[in-house]
Design a protein around this ligand. Structure first.
Ligand code: DGI
Ligand code: FE
Ligand code: FE
Ligand code: FE
Length: 187
């Protein structure tokens, strides 16, 4: 699938703001892909579809989790965690995207997971640092992204867990798995 077709597809499913975020994530992902020697084409497609299912109804997402191979424990956690895994199924069903690296990067973009591959890391990082975002501590993460992809993902993982704990939110196991695995790799 080419970039224009992919953008036209997702645009109809997203709000204007979310679509603009998607375009910026795609640009950021391509930059990171070139910097860290990953296929820019794959990074672009994964980025364009990463939030494809962000605005699906809870009923539809729930049904897809229940009737697919997705882990059922997702249903025990916040519905914000569902749109990545659900999109990884939908892009294959609806657009024949079977590339496991692309599907994986879409799947884990919100939480991360253990043993993330380079494309997973790039989408995880691009979603967090895209130029439209602004919050305390982000500049430090953006700077790290120019030199060390693993350390950057580690910082994001740590920041996300700190943020969620501060808000007394529950934390999905993959979020911890990402942090633990990245910490081990940095040791
Ligand atoms: O879809 P986006 O808004 O672009 O970004 P995203 O899919 O990365 O979602 C980010 C949100 O997800 C952010 O507010 C933190 C939250 N999140 C990440 N891991 C967990 C989580 N929320 C809960 N409750 N539990 C988690 O483990
Ligand atoms: Fe998302
Ligand atoms: Fe994210
Ligand atoms: Fe996003």
């Amino acid at each position: 699938m080419n970039k224009q077709d992919a953008l036209s597809i997702v645009e109809t499913h997203l709000t204007k703001k979310r679509f603009e975020h998607t375009v910026r994530v795609a640009e950021t992902a391509v930059t990171l892909a070139n910097l860290y020697q990953v296929s820019a084409k794959k990074a672009e497609i994964a980025a364009i579809f990463h939030d494809y299912c962000k605005y699906r109804s809870l009923e539809e997402m729930m049904r897809i989790i229940e009737t697919s191979y997705l882990p059922k424990d997702l249903l025990l956690y916040h519905h914000e965690l569902w749109h990545g895994p659900v999109a990884s199924i939908k892009v294959e069903e609806e657009y024949g995207i079977t590339d496991e690296e692309i599907k994986s990067a879409i799947y884990c973009h919100t939480t991360g997971k253990a043993h993330m591959g380079k494309l997973d890391l790039i989408i995880f990082v691009a979603d967090y640092i895209e130029p439209g975002r602004s919050f305390p501590g982000l500049e430090e993460v953006r700077e790290m992204a120019t030199t060390d992809l693993l350390k950057t993902a580690w910082m994001i993982s740590r920041n996300t867990i700190n943020f969620l704990m501060e808000k007394k939110n529950r934390i999905y196991p993959d979020t911890f798995h990402a942090y633990n695995d990245l910490t081990r790799l940095l040791d």
